[in-house]
Design a protein around this ligand. Structure first.
Ligand code: ADP
Length: 620
């Protein structure tokens, strides 16, 4: 009789996939039993050969000594039984092959124990058959005892695997010796009888203690395997959840960016067109609200861009003085307005770093200091510390409680804004700053005391003074936005072709750009855009193409097709709402001018002018 054994992913050495039924469900005791049973079945066949050798040796020695038929008959019968046992084992192995033992195994040990018990009966008879009553001699007694003890000792490693095997083997062996020598009687007989009993008993105890050891080590091993399987399962689950979370945020962010992008363009058009209207203040408020949402989306994008590796520091040698001068220009009016002092403690020091990224870090520190200081002032200092320069922003503001301090660099962490009022910040500035400082191979730090003030600092490698180089610091703007060039405007209003599968976005772009363009064509499918260009290959000065289209092609491939039809490299802006780091990387790798939704309307216009002018310069 056989049953389906326990299905254990641990026992067969494989870790089941996350969707598989958990192997952990198998009871621990059942797993131990399964492994012991497997050992017994696997160890069986090799022991038959040893048993055969022992039986032949004993029978041969006693036949040689006694020339009795008993030894011969016993030898032949024992070998025959061993042969039968071997056949039985082969049958077992066919029924329960070792590689599939965890899936299919015997429901009990009887298939192994029954042939073993039958065979062991021969060893109960052995002392009687090998040394029949009347043939005893001291040397025969000794040889018989030694032979039986050797067989008993040799069997211990095998019988220790299965508890029931201990009595099945030790009792028949001991019984034969004990009864034979008790029958013999006399001092020698009783002495041998007691020795046999003691030896059999101690071997049985030893085998049982070995069995406990094996059981315990198997149990520990299974514990470890179950634990590591559980850990692996949890880590797979965590990875899956992380992937799902990223996917969810990426698509939520993409879907959110579309309407906000359109809203930003519509609201700015409204504000512009209602300039003289009584509703102009309302339009202004709409623009402000839209800017706040755009700010949040763009801050999230900044993190994606840094994580995507698309923000690459461009280190140059810069002096501290002009850097502080720039900060003073940016923040003095605001400090004055707030009644706070803004002082600088500079040093004749130089740094080898990216000035734009460093300025973003420091502006964030000063901006926060102004935001969280009610009275007193702010000090910006530069002090050498060994081979590093510490740029620090000190304030006499609200300070940060010790329990919040370790989290201020976490994304979206705010100390005192439970209602998540966007007007009071987003809690993302310092998270971006931390990433930027990592990019600059610097170290960021903070110390704060509640109601006394805070100091935020960045440590960067010092450079020995060099020949002063003109320091051109770009405004603290997002690195993707093409630098503004408002002084120059194109001589003629441009002709623009827009390709975006979102109709509201198309309408919004048309509404915003139309007054500045000679012609603006809005298309939502690549085929329509191609038809437009085919009709007038020279008819467009610029393309604005969405990255993700309703067509099989993406914005980069679409641009290539449109440029081919136009027969020239028409200046193109690739607009995208994707913040997934892979997509961000792909967008930048295209070599096109990339802008992220929601685009600031003025920046879109400036960038459009700029790419047309630089293309005209290249052609000239
Ligand atoms: P936020 O845009 O909300 O200011 P930040 O990431 O810049 O986000 O800052 C995270 C939190 O750290 C803020 O909510 C604020 O409570 C705290 N914080 C930052 N700078 C200061 C400072 N100079 N003084 C007191 N608290 C500060």
């Amino acid at each position: 009789m056989s049953t389906q054994g326990s299905t254990s992913s641990v026992a067969d050495g494989t870790i089941a996939g996350t969707d598989a039924p958990p192997g952990i469900a198998d009871s621990h005791a059942q797993l131990v039993r399964e492994r012991l049973l497997r050992r017994m079945f696997v160890m069986g066949p090799p022991t038959v050969l040893t048993a055969l050798a022992a039986a032949i040796a004993m029978a041969a020695v006693f036949f040689w000594m006694t020339r009795g038929i008993g030894a011969l008959t016993w030898g032949i019968a024992t070998c025959a039984l061993l042969g039968l046992r071997l056949l039985f084992m082969r049958w077992n192995a066919r029924l329960y092959p070792e590689p599939e033992f965890t899936l299919r195994q015997p429901d009990g040990a009887w298939r192994f124990m029954l042939p073993l018990g039958t065979y062991m009966a021969m060893w109960t008879l052995a002392p009687w058959a090998l040394m029949p009553p009347g043939t005893e001699s001291p040397s025969r007694i000794l040889i018989l005892l030694l032979g039986m003890f050797a067989v008993l000792m040799g069997s211990v490693p095998v019988i220790a695997t299965w508890r029931a095997m201990v009595p099945v083997v030790t009792i028949p062996l001991t019984l034969g010796v004990v009864t034979r020598f008790a029958w013999m009687g006399g001092t020698d007989g009783w002495f041998a009888c007691v020795v046999g009993l003691l030896f059999g008993g101690s071997m049985a105890r030893y085998a049982l203690s070995q069995h406990q050891l094996i059981r315990r080590s198997l149990s520990d091993q299974i514990d470890k395997e179950l634990l590591s399987e559980q850990l692996m399962r949890q880590s797979f689950e965590l990875q899956r959840l992380n992937r799902e979370r990223s996917r969810f945020f990426a698509s939520a962010s993409h879907d959110l960016r579309q309407p906000v992008h359109a809203l930003a363009l519509f609201s700015r058009s409204l504000e512009r067109d209602l300039a003289e209207h009584p509703l102009a203040p309302v339009a202004g408020r709409v623009v402000q609200a839209t800017d706040a949402v755009s700010g949040l989306l763009n801050a999230m994008l900044d993190i994606s861009k840094i994580d995507a590796g698309t923000v690459v520091p461009r280190p140059t040698e810069i002096a501290v003085d002009p850097l502080f001068l720039r900060l003073a220009q940016l923040f003095e009016p605001r400090a004055q307005q707030a009644g706070l002092s803004l002082r600088f403690h500079t040093a004749p020091e130089w740094l080898q770093t990216d000035p734009d990224l460093l300025l973003r870090v420091l502006t964030n520190f000063v901006d926060n200091a102004l935001k969280y200081t009610r009275s007193g002032g702010i000090l910006v200092s530069a002090r050498p510390r060994g081979d590093r320069l510490r740029l620090a922003v000190w304030d006499t503001g609200l300070g940060i409680a010790p329990e919040h301090l370790p989290h201020v660099f976490d994304e979206f962490y705010q100390v005192d804004n439970p209602q998540r009022d966007v007007a009071r910040g987003l809690g993302i500035g310092l998270a971006i700053v931390k990433r930027l400082v990592d990019l600059l191979s610097g170290e960021i730090g903070v110390r704060s005391q509640q109601d006394r003030g805070s100091v935020f600092w960045v440590d960067l490698p010092r450079r020995p003074p060099a020949a002063p180089a003109p320091l051109a610091l770009a405004p603290a703007a997002a690195p993707d936005t093409a630098s503004a060039d408002t002084a120059e405007t194109p001589l003629v209003p441009p002709r623009v072709l827009l390709l975006d599968d979102e109709q509201p976005v198309g309408e919004a772009v048309r509404m915003w750009l139309a007054p500045y363009c000679e012609r603006i064509e809005i298309t939502s499918r690549l085929a329509d855009a191609c038809a437009q260009v085919r009709a007038t290959p020279e008819g467009f000065d610029a393309f604005i193409v969405d990255f993700r289209l309703a067509d099989p092609q993406d914005g980069i491939q679409a641009t290539a097709e449109l440029r081919q039809l136009a027969g020239r490299r028409v200046p193109t802006i690739l607009v995208t709402g994707d913040t997934d780091p892979e997509r961000v990387r792909a967008a930048y790798a295209s070599g096109l001018v990339v802008m992220f939704k929601p685009v600031q309307p003025e920046v879109l216009l400036r960038t459009l002018h700029q790419i047309i002018r630089s293309e005209a310069r290249e052609r000239a």
